[in-house]
Design a protein around this ligand. Structure first.
Ligand SMILES: Cc1cc2nc3c(=O)[nH]c(=O)nc-3n(C[C@H](O)[C@H](O)[C@H](O)COP(=O)(O)OP(=O)(O)OC[C@H]3O[C@@H](n4cnc5c(N)ncnc54)[C@H](O)[C@@H]3O)c2cc1C
Ligand code: SF4
Length: 479
């Protein structure tokens, strides 16, 4: 009631004090906006517009970075946003979460010459956030919908990018997803402090308003079969991501309070989205006041340790069997985690989970790097008699993900998969061995990056259009 009443209180009815506070907030916002604007302009002006744009070459989407930096430096933000959108369906997402140190920024010529990279990601985020704020980003208007339709399995970045590109071409598009919300790992995997959820919802809402149909809570393989989908639509895209977590097969694995990373992160993200999450509310999946041990050295492990810090854990330790130099996660994420108080125990491997009913500690052995393994990476080897124990009220397993068994789930033994379980495609067309069925994103590459999922989704859309054109011509000829 009080909330509803507040909405109706206009500025004239506010107390002088409230008005003062509002004004201070407005003044601060203006100063802050100006600061961000100046910063983006200053960074954009640092671009040397070098002859060979290494930043662009190393961006998976080949974004025209030098040109949108130039436009930003000149204050032509609307054009900069249009250019950014011409190659990327979610520039504000990539600007926030791409590992720029390994992609565009790591290859910036100014960075290479030792003067610090142009902060390309922040400028990309700034351009697009401004475009949203100014209302420059519009829904897709379809004059006359085509009579061919595409069914997309998975509302993650690969599925969403493909859907948007096909909708721009006036196709009828339906996305099916087993979750209750669209966005895939953008919504339930990546934490809010890295990617605010309103940023994802703003995009998915725009796609809904553009006429793309979303069928949430529909699992293909259970509620609907792949065969049914093929009959319903003229082409199908599989963009289901990879979700089977890699196990830590250790004594004590079945003690209570040992969780896979996604269970921990999803609970936290759901909580942030305002959902009722029983296992969080009753403390089971809440790190508050607990000693947390995270096992793994990739970006998912970094998200877990940083989430635990934000939940006010008593202590957060990360076990990784190689050293800092050989860690798969982004160096920037490790730095951030350390700044926030996470302790990294390098060259350490869990040997056993200890406890009665619940976990109480982890037995760890020290490792050293000797030679290289089959993948060409430094090989961790146990150091004799080096065991030590660390306290743990909760352990989180963040060792990566494998694909689910899709031929089995989809009841289609003919669908070709690699030895790792990823779907085999013709990389020129993203088509699988089943005619009219395409695939994109993590389910093709294995656990990868958002920017690559977007690239695959866009490539698949181009091929699906070609496929549908041929199908249409054949139908006309046969009639
Ligand atoms: C914790 C975490 C943090 C990450 N952080 C980053 C980061 O900072 N930067 C970055 O670039 N990348 C990051 N990634 C990787 C990135 O999120 C993925 O590479 C990307 O989301 C893959 O996109 P996708 O569309 O292929 O799959 P997903 O995003 O996984 O989407 C797949 C969708 O398919 C649905 N689905 C699956 N099976 C079915 C079915 N049978 N029927 C119906 N629907 C189904 C799922 O519900 C899901 O919505 C992170 C990943 C994780 C796990
Ligand atoms: S999409 Fe990623 S790699 Fe490409 S310019 Fe943006 S931040 Fe850099």
């Amino acid at each position: 009631m009080a909330d509803r009443m507040l909405k109706f209180v206009n500025v004239d009815q506010q107390t002088p004090n409230k008005r003062k506070v509002d004004k201070r907030v407005d003044d601060f916002k203006e100063i802050y906006d100006q600061f961000i604007h100046d910063k983006a302009k200053e960074q954009s002006s640092r671009c040397s517009q070098c002859g060979v744009p290494f930043c662009q070459i190393h961006c998976p989407l080949q974004n025209n970075i030098p040109d949108w930096l130039k436009l930003t430096a000149e204050g032509r933000l609307k054009e900069a946003s249009e250019l950014a959108h011409s190659t990327n369906n979610m520039p504000e997402v990539c600007g926030r979460i791409c590992p720029q140190d390994r992609l565009c920024e790591g290859n910036c010529v100014i960075e290479q010459s030792g003067h610090g990279t142009v902060t390309i990601g922040s400028v990309e985020k700034y351009i697009t956030d401004t475009a949203w704020e100014k209302g420059w980003i519009k829904t897709i208007k379809v004059e006359k919908e085509k009579d061919q339709s595409v069914g997309i399995i998975g509302a993650g970045p690969a599925g969403l990018a493909c859907a948007e590109e096909l909708r721009k071409l006036s196709y009828a598009v339906t996305i099916y997803d087993r979750y209750d919300r669209a966005g895939g790992l953008l919504i339930y995997g990546i934490p809010n402090f890295k990617l605010e959820k309103f940023v994802v919802e703003r995009r998915t809402n725009l796609l809904k308003e553009s006429g793309i149909k979303f069928q949430q809570n529909v699992e293909i393989g259970k509620e609907l079969s792949l065969e049914e989908l093929k009959k319903k639509h003229d082409a199908v895209l599989i963009a289901t991501g990879v979700y089977k977590h890699k196990e830590v097969d250790l004594p004590g694995y079945n003690l209570k309070n040992i969780f896979p990373a996604m269970q921990f992160l999803t609970a936290s993200n759901r909580k942030g989205l305002g959902d009722k999450v029983e296992d969080f509310d009753n403390g089971i999946l809440n790190a508050e006041d607990k000693n947390i041990v995270v096992i793994g050295g990739g970006d998912t492990a970094m998200d877990c340790v940083r989430t635990a810090v934000r939940q006010n854990a008593k202590s957060v330790k990360c076990l990784y069997r190689r050293d800092r130099k050989n860690m798969p996660g982004s160096a920037r994420e490790v730095y951030n985690a350390e700044e926030e108080g996470v302790e990294f125990i390098w060259l350490s491997n869990p040997k056993k989970f200890i406890g009665k009913e619940k976990i109480s500690s982890v037995l760890v052995e020290k490792m050293e790097l000797k030679g290289v393994d089959t993948s060409g990476r430094a090989k961790p080897t146990p150091v004799a008699n080096s065991d030590f124990e660390i306290k743990a009220d909760m352990a989180i397993k963040a060792l990566g993900f494998d694909p689910e068994d899709l031929p089995k789930l989809f009841n289609n033994s003919k669908l070709a998969v690699s030895d790792l379980g990823t779907i085999k495609v013709n990389f020129k067309s993203m088509e699988t061995n089943v005619s009219g069925v395409f695939a994109a994103g993590d389910i093709v590459r294995g656990a990868s990056l958002v920017v690559w999922a977007i690239k695959d989704g866009r490539d698949a859309a181009v091929s699906i259009q070609k496929y549908l054109e041929i199908k249409k011509t054949e139908k006309i000829k046969a009639a």
